[in-house]
Design a protein around this ligand. Structure first.
Ligand code: NAP
Length: 239
């Protein structure tokens, strides 16, 4: 590997969508451990060569944090340079109303798991003065059709602000807010964006903007069309 020192990078939700696109970008230069809900068998052949994989189901936030810590230890790492807490879901409301179960699941997977994981990973990140990256959404400012999802992302925004101050001088903390991207999340949510899908950014381009934002350690960063049209996927710092 030429250039910057290889990093130890954990990416949750690294087996699909934006997390996988980011992992593919970084795999040649860095050492990667990816996590997801699916089993090893279900994701066989999809991960970049050399990347490790750990099952950490965020429907159980506490257990997911423990699973990550075990997975990191079993992978032979005693520190982390980057933790990208990217795993997330959306659940489309039925007749404009989120069910109690959908609200709980959204908050568990998107927010509570990230809070638990951040706390559990802190000592490992601290060892290498690393960076914690939370993946939010432009929806954190509010979105009428997906209120529980929007609330979970607003929670991540607040969490980043709080940890950035609490961990100052020990671990960098940032939140990235992607705009709509072409991944499977909308279909899984039961939401059909229709013709709007054509306006969504390619997962690869969002991942490129994520990588440079992670390298720059700034927060918060919005990763949308405006940034893309300003060359965001092709310029900026290299991770
Ligand atoms: N795509 C967009 O338009 C968009 C816009 C703004 C923000 N975001 C955010 O970007 C992040 C990635 O989204 P994406 O578009 O890449 O979605 P995606 O293609 O659906 O991928 C989601 C990832 O999260 C993992 N995940 C879902 N539920 C999980 C659970 N219970 N436990 C552990 N892992 C779980 C999935 O793993 P399994 O496959 O194993 O379930 C998968 O790896 C999310 O936080 C999302 O909210 C996306």
């Amino acid at each position: 590997m030429i250039g910057a020192k290889p990093r130890r990078i954990l990416i949750t939700g690294g087996n699909a969508g934006l997390g996988l696109a980011l992992a593919k970008k970084l795999a040649r230069r860095h050492s990667l451990l990816l996590s997801g809900r699916k089993s090893q068998n279900e994701i066989a052949g999809t991960l970049p060569l050399g990347a490790g994989y750990v099952v950490a189901d965020q429907n159980d936030p506490e257990e997911s944090a423990l699973a990550l810590v075990r997975g990191i230890r079993d992978f032979g790492w005693d520190s982390l340079d980057n933790a990208v807490l990217n795993a997330g879901i959306g659940i489309a409301a039925v007749d404009g109303v989120d069910s109690t179960e959908a609200i709980r699941q959204t908050l568990d997977v998107n927010l509570l798991a990230a809070v638990m994981q951040a706390q559990a990973l802190f000592p490992l990140l601290k060892k290498s003065s690393g960076t914690l990256t939370l993946v939010g959404s432009v929806a954190h400012k509010g979105s009428a059709t997906i209120p529980a999802y929007a609330a979970s992302k607003a929670g991540l925004h607040g969490l980043a602000r709080a940890l950035r101050s609490e961990w100052s001088g020990q671990v960098s903390v940032q939140v990235l807010h992607p705009g709509p991207a072409k991944t499977g999340i909308h279909d899984k949510a039961g939401y059909d964006p229709g013709r709007m899908r054509a306006l969504f950014l390619a997962a690869d381009d969002v991942a490129a903007m994520m990588a440079s934002a992670i390298a720059a350690r700034r927060s918060p960063v919005t990763l949308s069309w405006v940034k893309y049209l300003n060359g965001g996927a092709y310029t900026g710092r290299r991770l």
